[in-house]
Design a protein around this ligand. Structure first.
Ligand code: PEP
Ligand code: MG
Length: 324
């Protein structure tokens, strides 16, 4: 499939109206990294760190993690890699981490909630990331931030680890970016300071959509009821993009929908300028973006919204069909 898009691999995802969309890839394994070149991705917009923890029957050591992260950075050859700290709980459970049964795991003790309540593992992971960087730039992203204070508390752990590394005489990253995933509707309404204090924000659309519509992402029956091109969801995306534009905060979208061409186009029309997706989706998404005018797509979306349509999908599909 990548061969089909080989001719546009080195070209930008530039729309007819001149807007360029940055396309990055999602990864979670060292084995994913060769796709960075093959897909034409600009970098790794989301590196999920769960697999290194799931691969073993005990907590991996700091040395093991630092070695893995360092190899990932080596393979990226200077391209940006956004490392997301451990996002366990809900659908991702570690056999060696004791936890109580929860009635609603997706709404339960997961991700940053675990990291803040029992910070030992997260701190060890942050140390491993700092050591892996070994002077190179580092991007760290905290998952599942649901209120501003959680971001500040997580960042304080990182600051603490940076100071510790410095005291130990270890070389620090040349530059450290600290970001948050926006995965709960609450953060779209966060105080302005949240947008000012984050170096970047990435919309976790899989979770954001599940919480916006109160529809379990693991439950086919309810998940498919709600279109990602539902006007309410697109309005939420637009609002987040607007708030990030107001504060100059770099924003990306890294849920599965970013890899679906029509969804990607509509998100771009709502103001997204960076998308992160599985490597195989980069060609198809770029191919569509290059053939259309994003500002025209925006007009179609706004008209459908004004007309009270539930989803903009039919209108966008008609518009695309008209253009051949
Ligand atoms: C998301 O929620 O959209 C996301 C990218 O994170 P995950 O799928 O790992 O929950
Ligand atoms: Mg998520």
């Amino acid at each position: 499939a990548q061969e089909r898009y080989a001719s546009i691999r080195g070209k930008p995802a530039k729309s007819k109206c001149g807007t360029t969309i940055g396309l990055h890839m999602n990864a979670g394994l060292m084995a994913d990294l060769p796709s960075l070149e093959g897909s034409g991705a600009e970098g790794v917009g989301l590196f999920r760190t769960e697999l290194q923890f799931l691969a073993s029957n005990k907590v991996p050591t700091r040395g093991f993690l630092a070695g893995s992260y360092s190899r990932v950075m080596d393979a990226a050859k200077g391209k940006r890699v956004v490392f997301r700290t451990l996002d366990i709980g809900s659908d991702k459970v570690l056999p060696y981490m004791k936890r109580e049964e929860e009635p609603n795991p997706a709404l339960g003790w997961r991700a940053i909630r675990v990291g803040l309540d029992k910070p030992g593992v997260m701190r060890m992971q942050l140390q491993a990331l700092l050591r892996a960087a070994n002077g190179r730039p580092l991007s760290v992203m905290f998952p599942f931030i649901a209120q501003f204070e959680e971001f500040r508390a997580a960042r304080a752990h990182l600051t603490h680890e940076i100071e510790r590394e410095e005291k130990l005489g270890h070389i620090l990253p040349e530059k450290i970016e600290i970001g948050a995933m926006l995965e709960t509707p609450s953060m779209a309404f966060a105080p302005r300071q949240f947008f000012e204090e984050t170096d970047f924000i990435s919309i976790g659309g899989n979770d954001l959509k599940q919480f916006f519509f109160a529809a379990d992402r693991e439950n086919e029956r309810v998940r498919k009821r709600y279109d990602s091109l539902n006007v309410s969801f697109l309005s939420l995306i637009e609002m987040i993009a607007q708030r990030c534009a107001d504060t100059g905060t770099h924003l990306s979208f890294c849920g599965e929908d970013a890899g679906r061409p029509i969804e990607a186009l509509c998100f771009a029309a709502m103001g997204l300028r960076t998308l992160s997706m599985r490597p195989a989706s980069i060609g198809p998404v770029k191919n569509l973006i290059r053939q259309v005018d994003i500002s025209e797509a925006r007009k179609i979306i706004l008209a459908a919204r004004d007309d009270g349509e539930q989803s903009v999908r039919p209108a966008i599909k008609n518009w695309l069909a008209e253009q051949g």
